[in-house]
Structure formats: structure tokens, C-alpha cells
Design a protein around this ligand. Structure first.
Ligand code: GDP
Length: 440
């Protein structure tokens, strides 16, 4: 049985909590796309952990955690995360399987990401500078290094020399790094050329730690499917950041859609039986890009931001304040559709408990006309939110364990969302803790 837990909005919907909860009942948890550019926050008996690359099953010793071939694998960050967020907290060493076909994200991907954002200046994408866009561009251009290459000295060295030739030409001719005067250690790295031998040494330094973790992830997953194991596909970010279907170009460089797991993890399209799309009871978005239901008044936004999640709406990777807005029916309906949703997990509903009335963006107004379909980016930039107000409930709801225990107005809020997006809300998350969950 394969189930995907994916985001229906712009990311940060609370997928980490839902995956951690459902991960306990799974045999396998799989990351199939993205890299260390977004973070999951997980709160359990080991405390609060921010995971960026590791699958959320790492806290459950019986779970096999797969980093599949679609992931942007930054080995430095992976091992750092394993040491600081998992092992140092006393969690038993997790079962980890890394696809031998996954590509490795190299320090120069981060360098190119940073230089490109600098070149764009005020037109920058608001990248997390984790190297994701240069990484996936290289992969598609057939200029990437696969994990399996790390175990072949000559092949790796030759490949790195070839890549360095091309990359150094770009560093000199596009970014003019040879003409810059670095002022800090960081700038020294940023304005330097690539030394293939240093890269070789770096990759080889991970080799022995990596060796027992590397294998044929697709074969393992096909076997697990045949054996009827419970497999959880863990998406990163959300539908609206999908390269093909999102708010292009303010998107991520891989596909956060459940369907992409068939490619990124190599599993059969027919194997995914359930798609649980995680959706937030209000909206939040990091980085630039159209955000129709955004709260523009700074005080109103800050009121919501500081109450959001378990520590306020600040990026798990960058610490940046997230842009916040009201629930967006148009964007969420589209986001759920693109995921192929079978059930919605509505999170963070407790965050709205302070409001007398709750604004909801029910449609967009485009050039004086009301629209219900999520439009392309140039039109999206011109859309204004059509707001309806729902009555608030003004009390703490984090202790409710059944739908009936929620106050009437909270139930009505959930039912309103369910009806307007057209997908069943099968779970309601009413607090950051694992126990704060209501199944319907
Ligand atoms: P993800 O990337 O989708 O996993 O989202 P994050 O984990 O970055 O962001 C979700 C934030 O919301 C985290 O701080 C969670 O601890 C928190 N969270 C998850 N579900 C709930 C909920 O129902 N209520 C509240 N208040 N916080 C939640």
C-alpha cells in the first residue's frame, strides 16, 4: 500500500507532522524530490527537530528511510543533519537507503545559486541558495554526478575535471569571479574557481560512511510493494511551487507532485493508492511570487505570523519571516487537483482561534471579473482576492480529539473549506503536537 503525503499550497503546510504521525505505522518512508532547501518540523518524544533531507521516518527504528534518485543529495548537509538532528538526540541509528542513481549536489551548485541571485539583484528569486536550481539544471543538461560514481576513482576524477572546465568558464565569463576582490572568507569561496581535486577529496571523504547506505532504491521499493509493505511518499514544498504547474518562474526546480514519485522513486504509477494533500487553514509562502490572499497590512500579518505553526511563521531553513495570508480557495482547489488528492489533512486550524471573524479568499477578481480557476502567472499578478468572512470560535481548541469536540464555528470552518475546494477533509490538525489530530 503506497500513500503520498504532499503539500497542496506553497509548502510549510505541516507535512512533517503528518508524515511523522503516519510514519510510525509505515514500513518505508521515501523522499523522491527536492533537497535541503525546505524543512520539516517534527515534534516528538525526542524534542523538536528540523529535517531538510532526511525522510521523516528516521525517528522510528523499524522504518526504512529511502532517499530516492529524484532527490538533490547534499552529502555534507545529510551527514550533518543525521548527526545533529537525530543521533545526538539519542535516536537509534536509522535505517537509511540512498539510491545509487541519485545525483550529488556539489558546493559549486550553492556557489552558482548565490552568484545568480547576486547578479539578479532586486529581481532575485528569493532562492534559499541551497544550490537547487543549478543542481537540477545540471542534471537535465547531463552534467551531474551520480552517487554510484563516488565509488570509482578514475571515473569520478575525469568527470569532475570535465565539469570544472565548463563551470570555470562560466565563473569567469558570466560571473567574472576573477575580477572580484573578496572581503570575507565567505566571499573568497564565492569568487573562487573550481578545483576538481578538492571536489574529488570531498566526495571520497564521504565514501566509507556512505557505502552501507547505498543501493538500488527502485528495486527495493518494487520488492516492498510486492510484499504489501506500507510505503509513505514524503513530498516537499507544495503544488504551487511545481516547475510545470506552479507559479512559474517563482517555483522550485523539481516536481513536488505525488505523481512525480513514479519518476523520482521509480515506482509504478498504479501503485499510489492514497494521496493525502496537506493544506493549511490559512496561507503562508516563503520567497517571492504571486500570492493573491496575502495580508498586506503589516500589523495584521504579524498577528497571524507570530501565532502560526509552533514557533511562528519563520522559515525552517532560512529563518526568514514567511509571507502570510488568508485561506485561498482558488489556489488550494487547484493545488489539490494537481496532487490527485484522495483526502485533505487540514493543519494549523488552532492558529485561527484568536480571530473574531475569519477572512477566506473564495474567488479572484481579475480586471473587474470574478474568476474561480487558478490562472497563469501574468494574470495571477493582476488578481485581487474576493473575501468572505466566517465567524470565529475564540477559544483554545488544541485539546479536541474528535470532530464533535470542536466548537460549532470551527466545524463550520472545516466544512466550508471542504465544500469550496471539493475534496474531503479526512484529518484536522489542531496543534503542533502529535496527539493534536482529529480523524474524520
Ligand atoms: P512542512 O514543511 O510542510 O513540514 O511544514 P513545517 O513543518 O515547516 O511547518 C509547519 C509548522 O507548523 C511547524 O512549525 C509545525 O510544528 C507546525 N504545525 C503542524 N501542524 C500544526 C497544527 O495543526 N497547529 C499548529 N499550531 N502548528 C502546527
Amino acid at each position: 500500500m503506497v500513500r503520498a503525503i504532499v503539500g497542496g499550497n506553497w509548502g510549510d503546510e505541516g507535512k512533517g507532522k503528518i508524515t511523522d504521525m503516519l510514519g510510525a505505522q509505515s514500513d518505508v518512508v521515501v523522499r523522491f524530490q527536492g533537497g535541503a532547501n525546505a524543512g520539516h518540523t517534527i515534534i516528538n518524544e525526542y524534542g523538536r527537530s528540523a529535517l531538510h533531507l532526511l525522510p521523516s521516518g528516521v525517528f522510528n527504528p523499524h522504518v526504512t528511510n529511502v532517499i530516492a534518485q529524484g532527490v538533490a543529495l547534499d552529502l555534507e548537509k545529510l551527514f550533518h543533519e543525521l548527526d545533529t538532528e537525530v543521533l545526538s538526540k539519542g535516536v537509534p541509528s536509522p535505517k537509511l537507503l540512498i539510491s545509487d542513481r541519485a545525483h550529488v549536489l556539489l558546493p559549486y551548485h550553492i556557489q552558482f545559486d548565490t552568484l545568480e541571485e547576486m547578479r539578479l539583484a532586486e529581481k532575485a528569486y528569493g532562492s534559499t541558495k541551497s544550490g537547487i536550481a543549478p543542481f537540477y539544471s545540471d542534471k537535465v543538461m547531463k552534467k551531474g554526478i551520480q552517487v554510484c560514481e563516488i565509488f570509482h576513482d578514475d571515473l569520478l576524477m575525469n568527470h569532475l575535471c570535465e565539469l570544472a572546465e565548463l563551470k570555470n568558464a562560466m565563473l569567469i565569463n558570466v560571473y567574472h569571479v576573477d575580477q572580484r576582490t573578496p572581503r570575507t572568507e565567505e566571499e573568497k569561496k564565492l569568487f573562487s574557481l573550481i578545483d576538481p581535486k578538492a571536489l574529488f577529496d570531498l566526495l571520497v571523504s564521504f565514501r566509507e560512511r556512505l557505502r552501507p547506505m547505498v543501493g538500488d532504491a527502485a528495486a527495493f521499493l518494487h520488492r516492498s510493494i510486492r510484499e504489501g509493505k506500507k510505503i509513505l511518499l514524503e513530498g516537499q514544498l507544495g503544488s504551487l511551487k511545481d516547475t510545470d504547474n506552479g507559479i512559474y518562474p517563482m517555483v522550485t526546480s523539481s516536481s513536488p507532485l505525488a505523481g512525480f514519485a513514479c519518476v523520482g522513486a521509480g515506482i509504478p504509477p498504479w501503485s499510489i493508492q492514497e494521496v493525502t494533500t496537506v493544506v493549511k487553514a490559512y496561507s503562508s509562502s516563503v520567497g517571492a511570487g504571486a500570492f493573491v490572499s496575502e495580508i498586506l497590512d503589516p500589523n495584521t500579518a504579524e498577528d497571524l505570523r507570530r501565532r502560526g505553526g509552533d514557533k511562528g511563521e519563520y522559515g525552517a531553513t532560512t529563518g526568514r519571516p514567511r509571507r502570510v495570508g488568508w485561506f485561498d480557495v482558488v489556489a488550494t482547489r487547484y493545488g489539490c487537483m494537481m496532487q490527485g488528492t484522495t483526502g485533505v489533512a487540514l493543519t494549523n486550524i488552532d492558529v485561527l482561534s484568536y480571530l473574531d471573524q475569519i477572512p477566506v479568499c473564495v474567488a479572484y477578481e481579475l480586471d473587474g471579473r470574478r474568476i474561480d480557476e487558478f490562472p497563469v502567472t501574468p494574470l495571477l499578478d493582476r488578481c485581487k482576492p474576493v473575501i468572505e468572512y466566517l465567524p470565529g470560535w475564540k477559544c483554545d481548541i488544541t485539546k479536541a480529539r474528535t470532530f464533535d469536540e470542536l466548537p460549532e464555528n470551527a466545524r463550520k470552518y472545516v466544512e466550508f473549506i471542504e465544500k469550496s475546494i471539493g475534496y474531503p477533509v479526512s484529518m484536522v490538525s489542531n496543534g503542533p503536537a502529535r496527539e493534536s489530530i482529529i480523524y474524520r
